[in-house]
Ligand binder design. Structure first.
Ligand SMILES: Nc1nc2c(c(=O)[nH]1)N[C@H]1C(S)=C(S)[C@@H](COP(=O)(O)O)O[C@H]1N2
Ligand SMILES: [Mo]
Length: 203
């Protein structure tokens, strides 16, 4: 599967492409809480648990052997910088959910990371299970670097970038909504950049 919204959006005027209050930056800023964690390929596991029929626990080798997709997408951080045409490669969220099979009672996910802050972010399944979303292993042609969330990060380009969790190690599937790290600290629960859903007081 090859999904390339970048090709279609490249022709639209920049004003239609840049969400309100954002500015296009050169290069790719690095932004996160805490320290860049050390990845250990032997002990690392990717888990999907909670309201699923078939809980998942994959080793690094197993995760890497899953079918890959490639996408080109823009990226919008709530601190107002945006980047265009990020070429991501990795495992589609739909591929992972297809194996774990959320129960009919499942409505939301909480994405977990292996960094020291215990960073999490929450999404309704309707925002998480979209064809464009992936667990990225590569950016450009190269493996995702540690400062950008390597070896594995979530990419949810239609929401502010704090939903695109770096150093991902698991997905908790839930029968209700549980706010994540920034969502508990004053940031918007949904985070749609086109609606400027930046802060929780707007909810
Ligand atoms: N684990 C983790 N993921 C995270 C963050 C974080 O602090 N910890 N910051 C988020 C925010 S606010 C942004 S803008 C993007 C930045 O990704 P980048 O550093 O690759 O540009 O990562 C998101 N994912
Ligand atoms: Mo951000």
């Amino acid at each position: 599967m090859l999904w390339r919204p970048g090709k279609a959006t490249a022709r639209v005027r920049s004003a239609d492409r840049l969400p309100p209050g954002q500015r296009l930056v050169k290069g790719w800023p690095v932004l996160h809480e805490g320290e860049i964690p050390t990845f250990d390929p032997l002990s690392w596991r990717f888990r999907v648990w909670g309201a699923v029929e078939a809980p998942v626990e994959w080793t690094w080798a197993e995760l890497q052997s899953l079918p890959r997709v490639e996408t080109v997408q823009d990226f919008h951080c709530v601190t107002t910088w945006s980047t265009y045409d990020n070429r991501w490669g990795g495992v589609a969220v739909s591929e992972v959910l297809g194996r774990a099979r959320p129960l009919p009672t499942a409505s939301h996910v909480l994405v977990h990371c292996f960094d020291g802050t215990g960073y999490t972010t929450n999404l309704p399944l309707s925002d998480f299970d979209r064809p464009a979303n992936l667990f990225a292993l590569t950016h450009g042609a190269a493996p995702l670097t540690p400062e950008h969330g390597g070896p594995l990060r979530l990419v949810v380009h239609h929401l502010y970038a704090w939903k695109s969790a770096k150093w991902v190690c698991g997905v908790e599937v839930l029968p209700g909504d549980v706010r994540g790290y920034w969502e508990e600290r004053g940031y918007h629960n949904r985070a749609d950049p086109w609606l400027e859903e930046r802060y929780s007081y707007q909810e």
